[in-house]
Ligand binder design. Structure first.
Ligand code: ATP
Length: 523
């Protein structure tokens, strides 16, 4: 069902090549990063990954099959996070690793990573698409996941990536376990609901608006435009709306799709000259949930077709919810007649979650894995992993795997060990000095002005922004920060933190600048 390849390819060959070269490129990065012996022991012997694009997972699902339990635990524990971030970076989309034991059948086809041929050796049958929703398979090593089979009737990239294995090709295809029978039609991931979306200040407005739409689509807030940085729960939220509406009205015509799927639909229909089909598909919906519309940038034909669908849907009071990494006016290379329409309903941001919300998310996610998480450990992780919820999940996964692998109970010491790479990277990168330099560069002031007593707004404001970021991204206390800003009083720092934090909620441009600065600092 989630059927396009990486990035959007038209032929089976291109898909396989993209698939394989993405994995090869990641291996090249790992060769450069890891000590030779580690790479040769753990990574080189792996068969090439099978990479599919999964709307449910909100990005790429990278399926790696490992020959034994020991290796599985070790790779999951030591390398999974890094492999995911390399692949995400290379593909320009979130990538999630689905690690599992190789079946006997697939073992026969294991080939060393470094000798991967341009065509991958996938472990799936044609028409099968890896489905792991957003439930990380890797949290549960008891799950010896041969990939769950999802509906592949839409055909397309992922199906074309796969080569049949005798045994699997004969298996009857059953619907994925955690999706309702209609899910393939709606492309909604039933695992992403309001129930398991932790509320907090960071998503308050977006969640409230989304609940409203789910209860009365077509009424208020149409279109609803949700924006925010990576991994903050935008995809989760719009799936939640779809699930809530379908629970109430199972016959509602709802469709979730990633913007790239719309692009690839336009391309397909353009080639086949079947625009009526495109219209029939999109113009008849009651609720369209479309993720990452920033991907429409520079795609004129797509923008035109989306404009038509948009107008048709609004005219019949169908609801449209979009997500993006930036607010409508900040979208580059998208026609203004579209961006102004995006802004015509309600535009809301999702912010990075604050500490308490991060703790609540960790506890909830651990509960879902039937592993109680001591509160002090949740605080420890939440204090150290601030970037976004996806990273928080990654850290949780590491801690759980480490505990399981080492047969030790979860406590702060264990979490510290499990996350030591991550912690050392953070400590290295985010110092107050680094923040001062980055902010000074960004606003084109001298670094010395961070410590000076100068008061013109062009200097005082960046200084306040740097203080705010220092409080957000470091463990320093207010007096310590004040000291590092030319011996200022802690009340000055508190004033800056409150002022910039408050403005951030209302001022989209400032919010955007802060996102850029935070991402830069987090590397
Ligand atoms: N408030 C929350 N409560 C529980 N889980 C959350 C919350 N916010 C995000 N998540 C989880 O974090 C992960 C990333 O969320 P999601 O994919 O929705 O992010 P996104 O904003 O769409 O990111 P991207 O822009 O990279 O696609 C998902 O597993 C999601 O379930």
């Amino acid at each position: 069902m989630t059927d396009h390849s990486i990035p959007v390819a038209a032929t089976a060959d291109t898909n396989s090549n993209n698939n394989s070269s993405l994995w090869q490129l990641s291996c090249e990065r790992l060769v450069a990063e890891l000590p030779e012996q580690q790479f040769n022991t753990w990574i080189r012997p792996l068969p090439p990954a099978v990479i599919t694009d999964s709307a449910e997972a909100g990005g790429l699902v990278v399926s790696l099959r490992v020959p034994n339990r020991f290796k599985l635990d070790w790779i999951r524990n030591q390398y999974a996070g890094r492999i995911e971030s390399i692949l995400s970076e290379l593909a320009g989309r979130p990538a999630r690793l689905d690690l599992a034991l190789a079946t006997r059948d697939s073992q026969a086809r294991l080939a060393p990573a470094a000798t991967a041929t341009p065509t991958s050796q996938p472990v799936m049958a044609p028409g099968q698409v890896l489905h792991n929703g957003l439930r990380p398979v890797s949290i549960n090593p008891g799950n010896q996941a041969s990939p769950t089979v999802a509906d592949g009737t839409q055909g397309g990239g992922a199906a074309m990536l796969a080569q049949p294995s005798q045994q699997q090709a004969q298996k009857p295809q059953s619907p994925p376990q955690n999706l309702p029978p209609s899910a393939s039609r709606h492309r909604i991931n039933s695992a992403l609901t309001f129930d398991n979306l932790v509320p907090g200040r960071a998503n308050q407005m977006a969640r409230t608006a989304a609940l409203h739409v789910a209860g009365a689509p077509g009424a208020m807030y149409n279109p609803l435009f949700i924006y925010g940085g990576v991994g903050l729960g935008k995809t989760h939220l719009i799936h939640a709306v779809g699930n809530a509406l379908l629970k109430d009205k199972p016959d509602a015509r709802v469709l979730y799709l990633h913007a790239e799927q719309f692009i690839s639909d336009v391309v397909k229909n353009y080639q086949r000259k079947t625009f009526d089909e495109l219209k029939a598909k999109y113009h008849s919906l009651d609720l369209l949930l479309i993720d990452d519309v920033q991907f429409f940038a520079g795609k004129e034909r797509t923008q035109e077709e989306f404009f038509n669908a948009f107008e048709a849907l609004l005219a019949k009071r169908a609801h449209i919810i979009m997500t993006s990494d930036t607010y409508p006016k900040g979208l580059a290379d998208i026609d203004e007649r579209l961006t102004s329409r995006f802004d015509a309903g309600l535009t809301v941001a999702i912010e990075p979650p604050e500490l308490e919300m991060r703790v609540a998310i960790l506890i909830k996610k651990a509960e879902a894995e039937q592993t109680p998480m001591p509160e002090d450990v949740a605080f420890f992780i939440a204090k150290n992993v601030r970037a976004n919820v996806r990273e928080l999940e990654g850290a949780l996964r590491k801690v759980l795997a480490y505990s399981r692998f080492s047969h030790k109970e979860i406590n702060i010491q264990l979490a510290r060990e499990a996350l030591k790479d991550l912690l050392s990277i953070q400590n290295r990168q985010i110092s107050v000095e680094n923040i001062q330099k980055t902010v000074a560069d960004f606003y084109k002031i001298k670094i010395a002005d961070m410590y000076s007593k100068k008061r013109p707004a062009s200097i005082a404001r960046p200084r306040q922004i740097a203080m705010y970021i220092a409080k957000e991204l470091t463990q320093k206390s207010l007096p310590e920060i004040g000291e590092l800003f030319g011996g200022r009083d802690h009340t000055t720092v508190l004033h800056a933190v409150r002022k910039i934090g408050g403005e951030r909620q209302k001022n989209t441009e400032l919010n955007q600048q802060l996102h850029v600065l935070e991402q830069t600092l987090k590397g």
